[in-house]
Design a protein around this ligand. Sequence first.
Ligand code: GAR
Length: 211
Amino acid sequence: MVVLISGTGSNMAALVDAAEDPAYGVDVVAVGSDRRGTRGVELAEKAGVPTFVVPFRDYSDRAEWDTAMADRISEYAPDLVVSAGFMRLLGPAVLGRHTAVNIHPALLPSFPGAHAVRDALAHGVRVTGTTIHFLDEGVDSGPIIDQVAVPVEDGDDESSLHERIKAVERRMLVDTVGRLAREGWTVDGRHVRFGRTEHSVTDATDTKEQR
Ligand code: GAR
């Protein structure tokens, strides 16, 4: 798989660590970013994983950037793209060529978008969490694969809550991506199941998500 990041890369680093065990069933073939000089890319380089950067600001529009990103990802021919703290929407060029999953720090469909932890706190929820889902062209709107709840504690601020969510995310991401790789998956409308089945995929656009 190719892992995409925009910043710290702690979720990516958890995947790279897990992939060191051959029994995990996943190779991280590259780490890509939309930003230069991120801690995540530095960590990947130190771990010996090939990296690439396709800076958004180097392109005149979103479509050009999306095509450049799709081309770089395709060089590694991944079976799966994992968006792990990647803060840009991927477009039709990437999503037309690659199956991608995303990790999001809220219980979708609540609090989509770039400020999920802040928005959940501002709303006063007592429980939030994290979601891993297949990417479609909407904002955090694709079929949900797994979710884990995280309670909000009195006195939490955005940073303390996000750190607790990230600790849960790392375990869920490693577990879910490993299962996708080892067991395969079937997407039936909005419903995702692990395992390869003969079940027909109802939405024709989901065909590439059946492995
Ligand atoms: C994670 O909490 C991830 O869910 C979130 O960014 C963080 C990245 O942390 N992603 C989004 O908010 C996407 N909308 P990391 O760089 O330490 O893995």
